[in-house]
Ligand binder design. Structure first.
Ligand SMILES: Cc1cc2nc3c(=O)[nH]c(=O)nc-3n(C[C@H](O)[C@H](O)[C@H](O)COP(=O)(O)O)c2cc1C
Length: 221
């Protein structure tokens, strides 16, 4: 009598069937999670961007509803030299502009850094700076997020007398006395992060220059 054929769970075909089936189930689960979570991620990213805009303008309040607070800021569009229309934000009070919040971005040492610069209605005095995205090294380049360093920007002037963007992050400490005629344009460097600081100088000067918001800010001076 011939042997009754038994199920061999260690056979090549069964091993293949189980591994392919398991991979398929796992990939469907991961893909579904990515699709389902995408809108939540986008919402969180947008809320974070709005929080940064509120923070750079000094309008963020603890426990505030970010969307509600953000709705008090107006958006506007500025056409830059390349013809691109760029979204900016205005804090207004009784119809008068109190702050102009401008997007800025450019290369750091390792990454593209993206953030906002808040400017007073004179189109020249800095009210705040804040980055919301970068990949600079923790403890070195990421000092651009430090509150103490960001505070050094407040009150600095972007433009010199000939309306060229002069604001800069210097290497080391910026002398803040009468012996330094450029003190009003200078921010202390970040130790161990000179290259990231140079990147910040370049991107701010670019965005405040003729190819960025320079012509728009000039209309406000
Ligand atoms: C692993 C590693 C990560 C670094 N990350 C940064 C950085 O994020 N930003 C930066 O400016 N310099 C960074 N540096 C240092 C630069 O290579 C360079 O030495 C530094 O910018 C010089 O700045 P200092 O003159 O203030 O020391 C890093 C160096 C190493 C080895």
């Amino acid at each position: 009598m011939p042997d009754k054929k038994t199920f061999d769970r260690d056979s090549i075909s069964n091993t293949l069937f189980v591994s392919v089936g398991l991979s398929l189930v796992c990939s469907i689960l991961v893909a579904s999670a990515a699709v389902v979570l995408k809108p939540v991620q986008l919402k969180n990213a947008e809320e974070y961007r709005q929080r940064i805009i509120l923070e750079v303008a000094g309008l963020m309040q603890a426990d505030a509803d970010i969307a509600e607070l953000f709705a008090t800021i107006q958006s506007d569009n500025v056409e830059i030299a390349s013809g691109e229309s760029v979204e900016i934000y205005l804090e207004k009070s009784d119809g008068a502009v109190k702050q102009i919040i401008l997007p800025i971005s450019g290369p750091g040492l390792w990454s593209t850094m993206r953030g906002y610069l808040a400017v007073a209605p004179d189109g020249n005095t800095v009210k705040g700076i804040r980055f919301y995205e970068h990949g600079e090294t923790p403890g070195l380049g990421d000092q651009i997020d430090k509150e103490d360093w960001r505070a050094l920007w407040v009150g600095k002037r972007i433009f010199d007398d000939s309306n060229s963007p002069r604001i800069e992050v210097v290497r080391g400490l910026a002398l803040q006395d009468d012996s330094n005629p450029n003190a009003i344009h200078q921010i202390d460097g970040l130790s161990g992060a000179t290259l990231t600081g140079n990147g910040v100088t370049k991107l701010v000067q670019h965005w405040m220059g003729p190819e960025g918001f320079g012509p728009y800010l000039e209309t406000r001076q």
